[in-house]
Each structure stands twice: as structure tokens, then as C-alpha cells.
Design a protein around this ligand. Structure first.
Ligand code: SF4
Length: 1008
């Protein structure tokens, strides 16, 4: 990675549109040889060769020889012999070959999402959002999409182990009975349970049951990423812990203050959708305006109309300065909150205050859940003064607030263990040895417990110190229930019998609590019947996935102005100097998904890094420290240090280094071990999210970072197109007019496409860059991962990619690297009617379908010349350099086990080495819909009956698919919109996928 930003400003830069210059990376700005390689060639020099010592030339000779031998011998590839047995007794409703769908729920700490899961002959293969669930509304994010891969992970806990010796559940039950006999005699004295947090009412019921049965036992819930600061903030502001639920569809002006509303956290999918519902220029109620104030780019900041870089420790003073400006606008801010600011942000604050004051009751100031409770209280005072409470934000009573907040819980548990009086420690899920605060020595204390039991889906750093390691079920294998942020109950139902004979948390908890029932189904049903209704209601809830009418009644919150003012007064004055910001990772979260290859290989939305985290810093700090991307720094705070690779990221606040949690695992499994840098050793209980007084020093060495930001770069032409709302109103057709060309004439007679013809429209205005579409496509289409080394060469296989462009926010210097705006553009095969790939294929392996007008790939014919890829202006074709599918990547090239193969979608061919592949608009779904229409006696597939995987998961419905020959289809209507444009249409490729240009809605006061 070479990035010299001071010289050789790239002549490749001028992707100038509407007075803005777009660039993909700092290498792009600098015009480095690496970037030029990615533009000029399909892969950088040498990367299109096979790995040494076999060159591509020798590979082709080998291929030729093997093909010739195959021809001489059998005339075809010999497949392994397999026996297929019919069902003796076919399960009810199962028709072999037809998928089945069941509703269930996934909970990632407090993120509860209702899902619908597709299963083939009892194998779950694909996950979608449940339209009936309030947190999903039909969308699903990367974690849910990738959950199928974790289910079939060969590194899961597959047996019961005692001291690494294989045992059975019967052995463990006998052992546990002995322990419980003792604890029943002493009321549970000496028993400590540390559990992951849970949104399950059954879990809460059993926890109460256990503490009643064993009152001396201690029960703690620990979660490194939790809402404890939100609850503490509402307690300060309103005198009680409350869950705020935003109503973004009602807000004209939204201020996300260090709040990644669309990236992660409870309801982030719902928030994305509600925000996007007001993003069209002609949206009912008018277009909303989003401001983001944050230390490092989030997807929310990337979607904002205005973004201000502010250090994390300055967020409190920023809000107080905003309160002061609002007071000046006649907003009745309670005494003690406002404090005029001196920051460089004053112009921004003044304009923002005027905007907010003009939208009382129609605005929202949302503060991130990791800011201090005092900061949260200030924001609630501002929202109260603006009349937003009850309008754009409502409050729900939390379902189950543990008596002790997670950080205090892990402290107390550690102190108890350290005291040496704990007989038995039971850890239910989680990984506290890895993720406990750095100043809470859980690992050392844990080993003082005489008996250590860990129930876990996969062995990890905590199970390495346990004696008994028990297989835990995946959510697709278990019965359960969960409560969403707004109180909605939903059920978890198994799609498959536990593959490794695991037990769920509630099943083990029931055993500990001495419950008569210990089967998940009985436990969940009992909770339901006790709280929610009849047998008929249970059956309906199982079908729908959600329980009707369970959204909690909203609480009227009354501001305690004195308490909020006191909180503002207690805010510590921000210190100068370097500060570290810890991020929840978009891919591996807190580290729990580290062994999931789909998530590891997914480019992080704003940095485009794969397989690693990095110390993110702005160009000015990098220059001060004398480091470049890929070099190493030592980060130190409070006498602790961690070494990490550097990534220079535009848009990062001054003197701030941000680094994601969840990497540097040592017991994650074959995919996740030793990826990136573990920063938990720097993260203390107090400085869980921001650590001030840090230092960074350049050290020797380099980090081989795999970033995809320059991969598949296209020559500098207007690819993304955007305008301000005012400019759009003056010329709605601006996007189409950005490229002028003479009339386009084809070299040959144009085919006339009749009947149903498929096309797609992607709205850049609603795409928040969440990456959901990328993983959905991977799961649906059996797309392999290739590993970090191959990714560095540009060989990643994703059929849809998310291009991220920076544009300078500094009109005076379009290459200013400090501040930046971001635009995301999903790019996939455009299904061109005049497809350049088709003309150059020597064996007609890529051809056009008359029926539907798709650009088809005939895998069986492809001989791997890759001419098609070289001739594709959109760079959307992917070549299988190796046999990714049969040799697991990241698992040392071992053949896939039978369990791993269960992830494959049987409706999609699994490709092999030497074959080119690409997006097909999910042709298998098109064919299934055509078949269903035929069976139903319909002449045409109804509009909306086909939804490709990318469109189905998209939380904002940014991707719309349908019949372009039907003038009334949704996609045709979108294509008629003035904002619609076709990328590189000047080549006369006639792409079937088009884009709706992005429109920003800036505050006129802030437009220079
Ligand atoms: S198009 Fe893809 S990246 Fe954009 S919002 Fe939809 S799912 Fe997320």
C-alpha cells in the first residue's frame, strides 16, 4: 500500500460532476501505481496469474491437457457416485425440490429482528426479514444474512467436553445433579452464573425462578455492547430507565449526534426504512434533512446532508453550544443546560439551531447509545424544549432491566471469583475472557473457581479456561422468544434439529433452576400461555413469527430539568491530546462473528477493509505521526498498549484514532483466528467507548491490509450523480444531461424484446450502504469467499459490490482530504442489451436470453479466457481462479465437510475452477415465479412476484426489480422518473439496470 498524498495528484481524478470531484481512495487522489493498475487492468500486475509456481500459461496448458484427457477418456467429468434414498414417510407439507418457509427471530444482544427462513428438505439456506416484525419490516442486515454460514460452521462446539476429553450429555447431567444437590442444600452459596444478555421473556422467567430457588446464587449478565448508557441517561433525564424509540418518518430535521442510527443497534433496519421514506424529492410531507455529528464515518454520517467532524469527548460541549443557540432562537431550554461554545463548529451550530427551532415537534436530536449518560440527558432536555417528546420519539418501558448494569455486573462477578469463594462458575454463552474490560481481570479470577462450565456455540477464549465445554444451539436450531425495542413479542422456532446435539441457554437455565420442564418448546410455550393467550394464539404466533398487539404501551416521559442540568454541570471538561474511540464492528460486531467468512470478507462500508480492523485516523494526524496506511503504530493509554495497522480515513476528527472491536481473536476458529488487532486490552470499564490521554507512536513493521476500495475501478466518468434539492427543482433531468453524446447507433440490427423483460432501478438516495445486499446475494447464489491474500489481489467473488466514493466538502479545494462527503453505489451486472461481454466470448458462454432479456452465463461452456471480463465496462464479472467451493477458504484448503455443504442453495449451480460468473438477477427466483404463474393459470408474472435477494433484504427498498415492458410496473415507473440515468450509457450498452440520482437536501445557510 503506498500513499504519497503530496505529489502526483492524479490525472485520473476528474470524475467531476456538478462541481464535485469524486475519488475512491487516497491512492486514487495520489494517482499511485496500485490505483492505476486497478483502473487499467482487471487485476494488478501479476494478480491475474495463478499463484507461483504455476503461471496462468502453465495453468492453461494443464487445463488443456486435462480437458484433452477427459475427452479421450470419458468425454465428461466423472462425478462421485451418490446414493439417493426416497422418504419412507414423507414429512407433512414437504414436497422434494420445493422450499419451505418458517418465521423465527434472531437476537444479537439487544438487536431483535423477526425473520422468515427458507429451508430445503430440512436445511435452512436463506434468511429474509419478516414484514410483520416492527424492527425488520421485511429487511435484514448482514448479521442475519450471514447466520446460515455460522450454523454450518465446522468449528462449532460439536460435543460435550470435560478437560478436553469427549463426554456425553448424560455424563454432564450426572455431574450437574451432584452440584445441584449441594446447592439446594446451601441455597446456592458458591454458585455464580455469568450470562450474555437476553431479550427472552422465558429466559427472564427462568432467571427469576433460579434466584428464588437458590437465593444465595449470584446471577450476572455481561455484554460488551449494551444499552446501559441509554437507560442511565433516561434515568437522569426522566427519573426512570426508558427505551427511546424514534419515529424518523415524522421528523423533518434529524440530528444524529455520534449515533449510527442505520448501522447497528436495535431498530436500525426500521430507522433506515423510516428515514428513506422521506428521501424522495416528492416524498409526502417533503424531503427530510439529516445532520450527522461524529468522530469517524458511519453509514449514517455517509447518508447525511451535512456532516460535522467532532471529537467524541466534544459531543457534550457541542450539545451545550447547540442548546445555547436554541435559546437565542427562543427555545425554552432549561437553566443549566446551555453553554455557549467556542468551537470551530459555530457556523454549523447556528444554522442547525435555526433549522431545529423552525421545526419544533418535527425534529429530533438523537445521541448515540455509547455517549455518557450526562450527554444523553442534555439531548433529552433539548428534545423536550423542542417539543419532540411524544412526537418524533416515544418511550417504552424496558422489558427486563437487570438489577445490575452489565459493566458493574462483570466487575462484581470478577470480584467474587477473585475472592476465591466461588465453587462453581457457569458461563451461559458469551466470551468474557476476551471482551471483559481491561481493568477487570476476569480471566485470572475465573480460574479460581473450582468448577468452570461454559455453554457455547463455538469454543472461544473463555471455553479455553473452562473444564466443561457444552455445545450450545444456534438460533436456527432452538425454541425461544424475544422482545423487540417497542415491546413486540416474537418467537424463535427451530428450522433444523440441533446438528451437534446442543442445548439452548434456556434449557440449561431450566436445569439449574430446577424446573420441571427442560425442553425448549415446553418452556417457551409455557411462558407464552401464561402471558399472551390461548393455544390458537400460539399457533398464529408461530405462523406469523410475531405476537399480535404486544407492542408496549408508551410511557409519558416528563423531564426532570434539575437533574438534567445537574448532569450537564457534571460533564468533565474535554481534554486536549489524542483520544481513542472504540467502534462496534459492522462485520464481526463485538467479535462473536469473527469465524464467519462471509462477514470477514465483506468490505467495511466506509473503509472498504476486509478481514481486519485498523487504527483509523485522518490525513493530518497521519502526517503528524509520520505514518501511512499499512504501517504500524503502538497505541497506549493508561499504561496499556496495543500495536495496530494504520488506515488513513478521510472524515475522521482531529486527534482521534478509531478502531473496531472484535478482532485479534486467538480461539475464534480457523477463519477468525489472528485477523486484525485486539483492542479490548485498551478498553476499560470507564473508557469503554472513548479513552482520552492516549498516545500513538510509529513502530517498525507493516500490516498487510486487504482493502477493496480501488478494486473494479472504472475510468473517470460520471458514475455517481447527485444534486442539491434546489438545483434538482430547477432541472429535474440533470442526471441524464450530465453526459452528452451523439445519437448512438449499433453496429448490427437491434433485437426487439417482447413479452416480459426484466430490469432494475437502484435509488442512490435511499441506499445507506449497509452491505445487506452483498451478503444476501452471497447466501442466495452460493458465492464463495477467497481469503485475505486473494482479496488483496482483487479476486473477491461478490456479484454485487458497493462502490464508495468520497467527494470533498471543500469547494475551494476538491482534493481536500480532511472533510469528505460519501456516496454509495451498488454495482452489479447491468444485463446490457448490447452486452460487450457477449461479443468477445469465443465459445458463446455468455449469451442473451430472448426470454426476459438477461445476459446469461453458460458455465458448462466457459473455458476461462476472461475476455468477457476485460470487455465489461462495469467490471462486474468474477473469475474462479481456484476451486473455492470444494476446498474451504480459511480452513487451510481442506475439502468442505458434509455439514458445510448444507449451506448451498440447491437452486443455484455451484461453480468450479476456471469458470467466469456474475449476477443473474437471481434467475432461479425468476424461473420459480414463472412456474408459479403458469401453475396459477396466469399469462404473466404479476408485478412484485419476483424479488432478487439483494432487493429483498434491502431495508430501505433502494433496489426495485420488475418487468420493464410493463409501463405500470414499479420499476418502469421509477425508470420514468427524471432522476433516472444509466451508467456509461454513452457506450450504447443499453443497461437494464439504471440508477436514480442522489439528491441532497442541504441547509441553504450552510451551502457555500
Ligand atoms: S442497496 Fe444494499 S447497501 Fe444499499 S441500503 Fe440496500 S441493502 Fe443496504
Amino acid at each position: 500500500m503506498s500513499q504519497n498524498h503530496n505529489e502526483n495528484r492524479s490525472e485520473l481524478l476528474p470524475i467531476e460532476e456538478n462541481g464535485k470531484t469524486y475519488w475512491r481512495s487516497l491512492d486514487h487522489v495520489a494517482g499511485t501505481s496500485e490505483f492505476r493498475d486497478f483502473v487499467a487492468r482487471e487485476f494488478p500486475e501479476g494478480a491475474s496469474e495463478l499463484n507461483d509456481p504455476v503461471s496462468r500459461r502453465s495453468f492453461m496448458s494443464l487445463m488443456g491437457a486435462s480437458l484433452a484427457l477427459a475427452g479421450l477418456g470419458t468425454g465428461c467429468v466423472r462425478r462421485p457416485e451418490e446414493k439417493i434414498l426416497p422418504y419412507v414417510r414423507r414429512p407433512e407439507d414437504l414436497v422434494p425440490g420445493l422450499p419451505q418457509f418458517y418465521a423465527t427471530t434472531m437476537a444479537v444482544s439487544d438487536m431483535v429482528t423477526g425473520l422468515v427462513v427458507e429451508a430445503h428438505e430440512g436445511r435452512p439456506t436463506k434468511i429474509e426479514g419478516n414484514r410483520l416484525h416492527p424492527a425488520s419490516r421485511g429487511g435484514a442486515c448482514t448479521f442475519e444474512q450471514a447466520a446460515v454460514l455460522s450454523l454450518y460452521d465446522p468449528d462449532r462446539t460439536v460435543r460435550v467436553f470435560q478437560d478436553r476429553v469427549e463426554k456425553s450429555w448424560a455424563d454432564f447431567d450426572a455431574y450437574l445433579d451432584g452440584l445441584l444437590q449441594k446447592f439446594r442444600g446451601n441455597g446456592g452459596n458458591g454458585l455464580v452464573i455469568v450470562s450474555e444478555s437476553s431479550a427472552s421473556p422465558t429466559f427472564a422467567r427462568l432467571r427469576r425462578q433460579l434466584t428464588e430457588a437458590l437465593p444465595q446464587a449470584r446471577f450476572f449478565q455481561w455484554e460488551p455492547v449494551s444499552n446501559e448508557r441509554v437507560l442511565a441517561g433516561t434515568r437522569l433525564a426522566f427519573g426512570q430507565p426508558l427505551e427511546p424509540v424514534y419515529r424518523l418518518e415524522r421528523a423533518d430535521v434529524i440530528v444524529a449526534v455520534d449515533a449510527d442510527l442505520f448501522g447497528s443497534g436495535p431498530f436500525h433496519l426500521r430507522y433506515s426504512r423510516d428515514w428513506a421514506s422521506r428521501r424522495a424529492p416528492d416524498a409526502p410531507g417533503g424531503m427530510n434533512r439529516l445532520y450527522a455529528v461524529e468522530p469517524v464515518f458511519t453509514v449514517t454520517g455517509a447518508s447525511a446532508d451535512h456532516r460535522l467532524r467532532v471529537r467524541s469527548s466534544q459531543i457534550g460541549p457541542f450539545l451545550r453550544a447547540l442548546a445555547a443557540e436554541l435559546q437565542g432562537q427562543g427555545v425554552a431550554i432549561p437553566a443549566g443546560i446551555a453553554q455557549a461554545g467556542q468551537g470551530a463548529w459555530q457556523k454549523f451550530v447556528q444554522a442547525l439551531a435555526r433549522d431545529l427551532a423552525a421545526k419544533r415537534g418535527r425534529s429530533l436530536v438523537a445521541v448515540g447509545r455509547f455517549q455518557a449518560p450526562e450527554v444523553q440527558a442534555i439531548a433529552w432536555a433539548i428534545n423536550d424544549a423542542l417539543g419532540n417528546l411524544g412526537e418524533t420519539v416515544r418511550f417504552a418501558q424496558p422489558a427486563d432491566v437487570p438489577a445490575i448494569a452489565p459493566t458493574e455486573a462483570i466487575r462484581q462477578a470478577t470480584a467474587l471469583l477473585d475472592g476465591g469463594n466461588v465453587d462453581t462458575l457457569v458461563v451461559l454463552g458469551g466470551n468474557p475472557v476476551y471482551d471483559a474490560p481491561a481493568d477487570v481481570p476476569f480471566a485470572a479470577a475465573m480460574q479460581k473457581a473450582k468448577n468452570r462450565i461454559h455453554l457455547t456455540q463455538a469454543p472461544n477464549e473463555t471455553s479455553a479456561l473452562a473444564q466443561w465445554v457444552l455445545p450450545e444451539t444456534h438460533f436456527l436450531e432452538e425454541w425461544g422468544d424475544a422482545v423487540a425495542l417497542d415491546g413486540t413479542w416474537s418467537l424463535v422456532q427451530p428450522l433444523i434439529r440441533p446438528i451437534w446435539d446442543g442445548r439452548s441457554k434456556i434449557e440449561l437455565l431450566a436445569r439449574l433452576a430446577g424446573s420441571q420442564q427442560t425442553k425448549g418448546y415446553d418452556l417457551v410455550r409455557a411462558t407464552f400461555l401464561e402471558n399472551q393467550g390461548s393455544e390458537a394464539d400460539w399457533r398464529k404466533a408461530l405462523h406469523d413469527g410475531v405476537v399480535d398487539g404486544t407492542s408496549r404501551r408508551w410511557v409519558e416521559a416528563t423531564l426532570d430539568a434539575g437533574s438534567a442540568a445537574g448532569a450537564a454541570g457534571r460533564l468533565a471538561a474535554p481534554k486536549d491530546g489524542l483520544e481513542l474511540v472504540f467502534l462496534v464492528d459492522n462485520k464481526v460486531y463485538d467479535g462473536r462473528f469473527a469465524n464467519n467468512g462471509w462477514l470477514q470478507e465483506l468490505p467495511e462500508p466506509t473503509t472498504k477493509l476486509t478481514w481486519t480492523n485498523a487504527a483509523l485516523m485522518g490525513p493530518a494526524l497521519a502526517e503528524k505521526l509520520g505514518v501511512k496506511s499499512g504501517e504500524m503504530v503502538r497505541l497506549e493509554v493508561g499504561g496499556r498498549s496495543v500495536d495496530a495497522g494504520v488506515w488513513v480515513q478521510p472524515g475522521t476528527a482531529d486527534d482521534t484514532i478509531a478502531i473496531a472491536l472484535g478482532y485479534g481473536r486467538t480461539f475464534a476458529g480457523r477463519v477468525g483466528n489472528n485477523r486484525g488487532f485486539n483492542v479490548y486490552p485498551l478498553r476499560t470499564a470507564e473508557g469503554a467507548w472513548t479513552a482520552t490521554g492516549a498516545s500513538a507512536t510509529k513502530i517498525a513493521g507493516t500490516a498487510l491490509l486487504a482493502a477493496t476500495q480501488d478494486h473494479h475501478s472504472m475510468e473517470g466518468r460520471p458514475l455517481v450523480r447527485e444534486a442539491n434539492l434546489r438545483d434538482y427543482e430547477q432541472n429535474p433531468y440533470f442526471a441524464r444531461e450530465m453526459v452528452q453524446h451523439p445519437p448512438l447507433v449499433a453496429l448490427w440490427k437491434q433485437h426487439e424484446y417482447t413479452g416480459q423483460q426484466w430490469g432494475m432501478a437502484i435509488d442512490l438516495n435511499s441506499c445507506v450502504g449497509c452491505n445487506g445486499c452483498m451478503v444476501a446475494c452471497q447466501a442466495e447464489n452460493n458465492i464463495p469467499i477467497v481469503g485475505p491474500e486473494q482479496t488483496r489481489m482483487g479476486r473477491e467473488m461478490h456479484w454485487i459490490r458497493l462502490d464508495r466514493y468520497f467527494a470533498s466538502a471543500n469547494a475551494a479545494d476538491p482534493t481536500d482530504l480532511t472533510d469528505a462527503e460519501v456516496v454509495f453505489q451498488p454495482v452489479t451486472c447491468m444485463q446490457c442489451e448490447n452486452a460487450p461481454c457477449e461479443n468477445v466470448c469465443p465459445v458463446a458462454a455468455t449469451v442473451h436470453s430472448k426470454d426476459g432479456g438477461l445476459n446469461d452465463m453458460v458455465y458448462n461452456r466457459c473455458i476461462g479466457t476472461r475476455y468477457c471480463s476485460n470487455n465489461c465496462p462495469y467490471k462486474v464479472r468474477r473469475f474462479n481462479f481456484f476451486d473455492w467451493h470444494t476446498k474451504g477458504t480459511g480452513t487451510g484448503g481442506n475439502p468442505l465437510t458434509d455439514v458445510e455443504k448444507m449451506k448451498f442453495n440447491p437452486d443455484v449451480t455451484v461453480r468450479t475452477r476456471g469458470v467466469m460468473e456474475k449476477c443473474t438477477y437471481c434467475v432461479q427466483r425468476i424461473n420459480a415465479a414463472k412456474r408459479d404463474a403458469k401453475v396459477s393459470g396466469l399469462e404473466k408474472v404479476p408485478d412484485g412476484a419476483i424479488t432478487p435477494a439483494c432487493a429483498q433484504t434491502c431495508p430501505t427498498e433502494a433496489i426495485v426489480f420488475g418487468d420493464v415492458n410493463d409501463p405500470n410496473s414499479r420499476v418502469s415507473k421509477l425508470k420514468k422518473q427524471p432522476r433516472n440515468y444509466e451508467m456509461l450509457a454513452e457506450f450504447n450498452t443499453k443497461p437494464r439496470t439504471s440508477y436514480l440520482a442522489r439528491i441532497r437536501n442541504p441547509n441553504p445557510e450552510l451551502v457555500s
